[in-house]
Write a protein that binds this ligand. Sequence first.
Ligand code: HEM
Length: 527
Amino acid sequence: MTDVSGQGSRPGDERPILTNRQGHPVYDNQNQRTVGARGPATLENYQFLEKISHFDRERIPERVVHARGATAFGFFEAYGKWGDEPIDRYTRARLFQEAGRRTDVAVRFSTVIGGRDSAETARDPRGFAIKFYTEDGNWDLVGNNLAVFFIRDAIKFPDVIHALKPDPVTFRQEPNRIFDFMSQTPEAMHMLVNLFSPRGIPADYRHMQGFGVNTYKWVDRHGTTHLVKYHWMPKQGVRSMTEADAAAVQAHDLGHATRDLHEAIDRGDHPEWELLVQIMTDEEHPELGFDPLDDTKVWPENEFPAKPVGRMVLDRNVSNNFAENEQIAFGTGVLVDGLDFSDDKMLVGRTFSYSDTQRYRVGPNYLQLPVNNAKNAEVRTNQRDGQMTYFVDTGGESPHINYEPSLLGGLREAEYPTHDDQGPDISGRLTRKRIPLTNDYEQAGQRYLLMEQWERDDLVGNFVTLLKQCDRRIQERMVWHFLMAEDELGLRVGEGLGISPDDVAHLEPLASQTLTDAERERLAHLG
Ligand code: HEM
């Protein structure tokens, strides 16, 4: 038993002694040092000052997006093949090569818009981020559960997030602000049709899909590149919640998805996902009718089959939420040999943003923390010092030589790879332009038509409920977009709002839009 009177431990108590961070034993953790029992307090009271001032600094800035999340650990096991073909035909990445090869992983699932303690029942995309601790260093695949995104150029990210976050004055998430932005962002229609369908509220983290969303590349041993998209399919199946289900869960639990994941792993019910990959030759593909580097699009699976390359099992919970969930840091720039970026304009912007925010959020030495460290590879750098330097990563070389090149020792460069020049030649004028082929409505409409009747009803109901809270001109523009995507969708949302196709037939395309021939055809018949 602790002696709450602050007179030190009682005889016979064998538990370890509490100390401060200087290693000094604490013999009174109940009372400050004061002049006499009733004060005043003194400032040389190191133990008290250390304890309180550390407490004052317990919080780091929460993630600007994806603040609420849950992390678990496990392994990825390669099949050594892409479908029936040997995988080295497409990528030389070592983690994918032999069947049965295992790589340690950390996975963080998250919501996007709410703060660190917000409800996990929100209608919101879910983050699905995997850190593979490979022998060639870390690989992060930072995706979501909906396969596409709202925008296709990273320069618009702060705007879409500001529109989705609470109003800066009322601090309420306002449909009028959200749909104001979306009504001016036709490329968002595909994402909106997904997000406001039942898929927009996954039942929990174990029962949802994951997607890399952005287009990446695979590189083979000759330097030949292919475009790829990644998909995670849960062995547990996919489950979602209706608004009513979500409200019932939220009434008694704000963190049901974190709890579900933690409890499942604790009881040995280890969740598993299969990783499937779509492959396309590394070209422009005008014949597709959409741009394969556009993250508002999916690749049709009948033309580009998603074939399995491995499976992932999560079998360990965090031992400390702050150290391993709050401080874990993922980024799209974190790739290993055999995997590469594409020129997807979101991907390049994301790649700057992640490590930039993490240097601010966690600190410049965030990669030295155990959860972020490339623990299965050798890390040897000449990077030194900075806040919270945890160790000096000389890799056993002279601590004096923290520069390169040197005749005196230190680290040397790796052999120059023979396959360094990879991918197509690129030339072009520096410019600020949309991609030429936007095709913003076709896949949104197709997605609607693929839904079952109850899913369509749910989607329309969700749009109508929120759009009813919006200004008339925002409602009209949204109905116009929906009619451009799919007649039934536009008619039904319009009906719910009292807006007919004739009411919106006068609207011109947005100044930012270049319509395809098919879209011009639809526009001509709107009224
Ligand atoms: C987290 C930026 C688009 C998935 C974040 C964070 C930033 C960010 C700053 C916080 C990171 C941290 O504090 O550690 C951006 C930018 C984007 C973008 C600038 C567009 C240009 C996307 C897209 C996806 C995505 C398209 C999905 C494919 C995630 C995930 C996280 C995240 C899963 C949470 C990672 C974690 O669990 O720690 N993003 N993001 N982001 N983002 Fe993005």
